[in-house]
Design a protein around this ligand. Structure first.
Ligand SMILES: [Fe+2]
Ligand SMILES: [Fe+2]
Length: 272
């Protein structure tokens, strides 16, 4: 049984300090339910003595984490090993996404309205469900999360933006998750072509949830810009140039991005 939770910040730190993936998932679902049901579970930034907020979340012993450049190249073909590599890479992204949602809550929650927490606790809950879908699918192929190496690039982005909530929102939901919207429909189609309708269906469900995550990113990015009297699109471009090392690459899924609030005026000026 987990220890009694004093605040949402405490809950967030508990997940971040938990190494085992399955336990992170279970705690995330538990705290999502508590937050949904329990109006007295407040954020309480002053609850500093409860648990510390780590720079890096605790992670399972495996997979081995490598620099992105040291990762083996992944083929896109039909073979089971290619599909395992894809599912494993996506499971790793989802595990990071669980931690990223809780880190956003714990690090940047002070002074935010209840709605902010409701949105991001739900995102964490979605990411935990996504991880389980992918883990189950890996199991169908007699594999499991941890069997392959994984890259550690995502958390570096979190560290770089650990003092800048607008930087964090610009890069994580509004560059990286938005990129997921661009590429996932092709992956779904590829899986259908391979007659792997189970993988296609789970990736499609994840895609639908991710539109909502980008929308939450845009909503809170605009909220904070408004508080600080900043223009959202210009501020986005400035933050992406500061914190995102790669380039924004066309083609974009302009329809899904627009549905999430991210119109072309945000990202087109960043395309080189
Ligand atoms: Fe996800
Ligand atoms: Fe997400």
């Amino acid at each position: 049984m987990p220890e009694p939770i004093k605040s949402l910040r405490h809950a967030a730190c508990h997940v971040l300090n938990t190494p085992a993936a399955e336990e992170k998932v279970a705690l995330t679902h538990l705290y999502y339910d508590l937050w949904q049901k329990n109006d007295v579970m407040s954020f309480r930034a002053e609850d500093e003595d409860a648990l510390s907020l780590p720079t890096r979340p605790a992670r399972p012993r495996i997979p081995e984490l490598r620099w992105p450049r040291d990762m083996p190249r992944r083929g896109g073909g039909e073979s089971i090993s290619n599909r395992i590599a894809l599912l494993h890479a996506l499971a790793h992204i989802e595990l990071n996404a669980i931690d990223l949602a809780w880190d956003l809550i714990a690090r940047f929650g002070h002074g935010m309205p209840r709605d902010f927490f409701t949105d991001w606790v739900r995102v964490a809950d979605d990411e935990a469900r996504h991880f389980t879908y992918l883990q189950n699918r890996l199991n169908d192929f007699s594999s499991s999360y941890g069997d392959l190496p994984a890259h550690d690039g995502l958390w570096q982005t979190a560290i770089d933006t650990s003092r800048d909530v607008l930087g964090r929102l610009a890069v994580v939901p509004l560059v990286l998750e938005a990129r997921g919207l661009d590429v996932t429909p092709d992956t779904v189609q590829r899986m259908q072509k391979f007659d792997d309708h189970t993988t296609a269906a789970l990736l499609h469900e994840i895609y639908e949830d991710e539109i909502r995550h980008v929308r939450a990113g845009h909503k809170w990015f605009c909220h904070i810009c408004q508080q600080r009297n900043l223009t959202p699109a210009e501020t986005y471009q400035q933050k992406v140039r500061t914190y995102f090392k790669g380039k924004l690459r066309a083609p974009f899924n302009t329809v899904a991005r627009k549905e999430a609030g991210l119109s072309e005026e945000y990202y087109q000026p960043l395309v080189i």
